[in-house]
Design a protein around this ligand. Structure first.
Ligand code: GAL
Length: 531
């Protein structure tokens, strides 16, 4: 119902009902103003009075076993770069340090630091595939894993992973906050799972009315919170991580800071000189004619795309224009690797965002990813108030749903909460190598919903080795048991089933498997034909 409408009476026969739950859900148009007034609601009861029960408490259960002391390499199997560009890559591996790294087949233009596992140098000048083997050893054992550097035109052959400053720092972002995040990405172990971009969002340039915005040559100036951009990216790079920056094709960013209109080439060049490896390009104040023709939407993005492609630096290009003009249909044409498919996830429920993003699965693939925005778990600042961080309003099981859904959608995996307040539980949700492995699978297919009822949905994602990942998500208000059939998953015959969150084999199954879903819960499976 909408505000101001006349009251409606609702009659419900409760005969035989043992548990009755009154739920307020999203009206399907975002969560703004969704609430319920149980005005004068009452139960007329005959017989014994109903008893009020508390909602079940969800414990923060860590499902994933901690990695052992022996090295385990977690790199994606492929990585894209353009020829002859600066290259930096920290080989992701869990296990006790000190650890010694080696690389078989390392191109001559690259150098490995064996103690940190950081590769630096320039990518080979000649296009082609450079097959390597990463090796890591320590006192407890060793591991090796292939890595193929693909030198060509396509960046982000698997979804980019990292952290973005927006939902925790907002306009409070500083150089120190960025360095702290880079430190935490390594210290927390996130970098050992492949998280690598440390990205500044809005609010690093000069604020409106705080002139001058540019130097005498037109070069964009930073505000006082970013005294030395080159120093900052050097610091981030010294950890083997990559750095990201943000601007808008309009005159001002969304938060009212100087942006790029009319200075596209100059700004992009400056970002490259500063050492940035990622650009988020946010529509904000860009204006077009009322016609709103497709080419109007594409124009500013095509302009920047062409500039970035020709820079002597790999810069992953992330479009942010909230899905206008069906951006998923043309994002790749303007040289972008990822594009936001809708508005800000901070203003909606993650499930609504995810389900919306699921519709565009057909457009995703290696080097072109639908972006449903950031992973907001742990400590996050309220988007409406650009608030200070606080524990996010999600239950523990919803943390698992959030990460599982982003994984299955082959979404960029960007955490945007507080890197300095990562508790064990949040970290464990962000860092399960088998879950991330599904996201980073080199087939690069976005999962599709194969079953959706009022109570649950199932997404499947085909994987490069012929197996599939399946996620079963509880959307009802109670725990439930669901039978998932091979028919709905498109499978035949006996299947070996693995529980990815618990990293446990569940044996082989014929025709179907029954899964138990706690309230707000998810089960993530990998199924491969059992020969
Ligand atoms: C929004 C964008 C957010 C954030 C913000 C900064 O338009 O969708 O992700 O970048 O601007 O002002």
């Amino acid at each position: 119902m909408k505000g101001g409408q006349k009251a409606k009476s609702v009659k419900l026969t409760t005969t035989g009902i043992q548990i009755l739950i009154l739920v307020v859900t999203s009206a399907g148009d975002g969560i703004d103003y969704d609430h319920a007034d149980w005005a004068n609601a009452k139960f007329d009861v005959t017989g014994p009075m109903p008893e009020a029960i508390d909602a079940p408490v969800e414990e923060k259960v860590i499902l994933t076993p901690r990695p052992g002391p022996a090295p385990k390499l977690n790199n994606p199997l492929v990585f894209g770069t353009r020829p002859g560009n600066p290259f930096i890559y920290r080989i992701p591996a869990t296990g006790t340090r000190p650890m010694t790294f080696a690389v078989e087949g390392l191109p001559k233009t690259l150098k490995l630091d064996p103690a940190s596992g950081i590769l630096t140098g320039t990518s080979p000048d000649t296009r082609g595939e450079y097959a390597m083997v990463f090796k890591a050893g320590n006192a407890s054992g060793q591991d090796e894993r292939p890595f193929k550097l693909v030198v060509g035109d396509t960046l982000a052959l698997t979804p980019p992973m990292g952290w973005n400053s927006w939902y925790i720092h907002y306009n409070r972002v500083t150089d120190a906050g960025m360095r702290e995040a880079a430190d935490a990405m390594v210290a927390s172990g996130m970098a050992d799972y492949g998280y690598m971009y440390v990205n500044i969002d809005d609010c690093w340039s000069k604020k409106r009315k705080d002139e001058p915005y540019r130097d005498n040559c037109g070069g964009i100036l930073t505000n006082e919170k970013f005294p030395d951009m080159k120093g900052l990216t050097d610091y981030i790079h010294s950890k083997g991580l990559r750095a990201g920056i943000y601007t808008s094709p309009g005159p001002w960013t969304c938060a009212g800071y100087m942006s790029t209109l009319g200075y596209e080439q100059l700004d992009a060049q400056r970002f490259a000189e500063w050492g940035f490896d990622f650009l988020k390009y946010d529509w904000c104040t860009y204006e077009i004619s009322d016609e709103k023709a497709l080419h109007d939407y594409m124009k500013p993005y095509a302009l920047m795309g062409e500039i970035l492609k020709n820079l002597k630096r790999d810069m992953v290009y992330n479009l942010c224009q909230y899905g206008m003009g069906n951006v998923w249909e043309w994002g790749a044409k303007v040289e972008a690797q990822t594009w936001r498919t809708m508005g800000d996830v901070g203003f909606m429920s993650f499930l609504d965002a995810g389900l919306e993003n699921c519709q565009y699965a057909a457009y995703a693939g290696p080097g072109r990813w639908n972006d449903p925005d950031y992973i907001l778990i742990g400590w996050v600042g309220d988007a409406r108030k650009m608030g200070e961080g606080a524990p996010v309003n999600l239950t523990p099981n919803q943390y698992y749903q959030y990460m599982s859904l982003w994984t299955m959608m082959a979404s960029p995996l960007f955490f945007s909460g507080d890197m300095t307040r990562l508790d064990d539980f949040t970290l464990n949700v962000l860092c399960n190598a088998e879950i991330i492995g599904v996201n980073q699978d080199i087939l690069g297919r976005q999962g599709v919903i194969v079953t959706q009822t009022e109570d649950y949905f199932v997404i499947t994602k085909p994987l490069a080795d012929g197996s599939i990942a399946a996620g079963v998500f509880n959307t009802s208000v109670v725990e439930q048991s669901v039978r998932v059939s091979w028919k709905e998953l498109g499978l035949k015959g006996r299947q070996s089933v693995r529980d990815l969150w618990r990293q446990q084999d569940l044996g082989t199954h014929k025709n179907s498997i029954d899964v138990k879903l706690p309230l707000h819960g998810v089960v993530m499976l990998r199924l491969s034909s059992a020969k």
